[in-house]
Write a protein that binds this ligand. Structure first.
Ligand code: GLC
Length: 433
């Protein structure tokens, strides 16, 4: 069978994106996530770039149209009113129109914008020109407001994109919960719509949720002022995941600047400064890049997919490579979000064990660029098999491949179209041969 044969999953993936299209932005999945999410949207755009380049740029441009004057690109944009979603705009209390959340999300934009540009440079050049200063401002915001200690620090677990991964346990344990907060009561009285839609054993637990809302209460009280969040906020942890995503994004932004003929010396200096901060993330006792709590100075002592995003930034160390091989070999499909040998590992609970195609795609991008072709091919094959077996779900049990979370998920469809499904022989054809 030839690789040029149409794979029905390609059209199915396009249909997922088109089905989640709300006119200019693409929701991650219907009902559970009904708005525009930052890094989801960037992946959707990358997915569109394989069949509708105009729509791809539209997605990116709408996200950046909601950039704050500080340079931050918010993690959610509430384009529509959905009274059933919780926590909605009133809980965030950010003074923006349309309303947005008050934090950011992993800055994959420069990296994926470069890929979308390279898919069609003629169409892309004007878009890149318009987006470039916005990207520079966003990167500048990360360095200015989140990198005071060197690596990227997050003010809320949701900022990491890996909401409830064990990395944040030590920081979350110190978040005080104010029982008089009305929103905490609303949440406890079963306003958590995620639990109506999904199995509770796949979602963050109730104590996590109280603390998520306590951080929101603080953010609201200081009008999401970054200085206040950093100096006095209830949660502040250095995140290897975002640090590596940002480091990679700097390299891609510098390349885009070069294409445009811009002076990139400022970006080069920022990138070097960020790279200098990597040693702070290295936990010599465990031999991996580790999150740490800026309030207490303690390492999380937790191995997770954030550490493996080092490959995306072209960074590796022998001890980390050994942990990568060990934890990957313990599961059957993809990179687990948490260490399968840790007692905190839960194979179906969101970011505490499951494998996420979207993270696999980023790790693979790094493996490929570093010349680790075999590892990249294995990860691609395992991720493709998850989708072939179960369809386009949010994430999967890495032991037996059971699909978990939300169905018809945008970024999973996008990584099929851009990465793991490319040139994949249709399953039916395989059977015929
Ligand atoms: C969850 C994920 C986050 C994602 C969002 C929408 O909050 O943890 O990474 O962006 O859902 O899919």
């Amino acid at each position: 069978m030839t690789h040029s044969m149409q794979n029905p999953l390609d059209q199915a993936a396009r249909d997922v994106l088109l089905g989640n299209d709300r006119g200019g932005y693409t929701i991650p999945t219907a009902r559970l996530y009904p708005f525009q999410w930052n890094w989801d949207s960037m992946f959707s755009a990358w997915g569109y770039s394989t069949f509708d380049i105009v729509r791809a740029w539209q997605e990116v441009e709408l996200l950046f149209a909601n950039q704050w004057v500080t340079g931050m690109v918010p993690h959610m944009v509430f384009h529509e009113v959905d009274p059933d979603y919780f926590p909605g705009p009133e809980v965030w209390g950010a003074d923006q129109s349309p309303p947005t959340s008050g934090i950011s999300q992993p800055p994959v934009a420069a990296t994926l914008i470069r890929k979308i540009y390279e898919a069609d440079p003629d169409t892309g050049l004007l878009h890149v020109k318009a987006l470039y200063p916005k990207l520079v401002a966003w990167h500048d915001w990360w360095i200015r407001e989140r990198c005071k200690d060197g690596p990227v620090a997050i003010v809320h677990p949701w900022e990491s994109g890996r909401d409830n991964c064990p990395d944040w346990d030590i920081g979350m344990a110190n978040v005080p919960v104010d029982d008089s907060d009305p929103y905490i009561h609303i949440s406890r009285e079963n306003k958590r719509r995620d639990l109506d839609l999904l199995n509770a054993d796949q979602r963050p637990v109730a104590t996590d949720y109280d603390r998520y809302l306590a951080i929101l209460a603080f953010g609201r009280s200081v009008n999401w002022d970054d200085r206040e969040m950093i100096e006095n906020g209830p949660f502040l942890m250095a995140d290897p995941g975002i640090t590596f995503v940002l480091l990679r994004a700097f390299a891609d932004l510098i390349e885009l600047g070069r294409v445009l003929g811009e002076d990139t010396s400022g970006l080069v200096a920022q990138e070097a400064k960020l790279r200098d901060g990597l040693d702070k993330l290295w936990n010599p006792e465990t031999g991996w890049f580790d999150a740490y709590d800026l309030r207490t100075g303690a390492f999380a002592g937790v191995l997770g997919s954030g550490a493996f995003l080092s490959y995306l930034a072209g960074v590796s160390r022998p001890a980390l490579d050994a942990h990568f091989a060990r934890s990957w070999d313990k599961v059957s499909y993809g990179i687990p979000s948490a260490d399968p040998e840790s007692e905190r590992f839960e194979r179906r609970r969101y970011w505490r064990g499951p494998t996420w195609p979207v993270v696999n795609s980023l790790i693979a991008m790094g493996l490929r660029d570093m010349g680790r072709k075999e590892a990249e091919a294995r990860l691609r094959d395992e991720t493709a098999r998850l989708i072939e077996m179960g369809g386009f779900w949010e994430y999967y049990d890495p032991m037996d491949g059971t699909p978990c979370g939300g169905p018809s998920f945008g970024w999973t469809a996008a990584v099929w179209l851009t990465w793991c499904g490319v040139g994949r022989t249709p399953l039916t054809a395989e059977k015929e041969t």
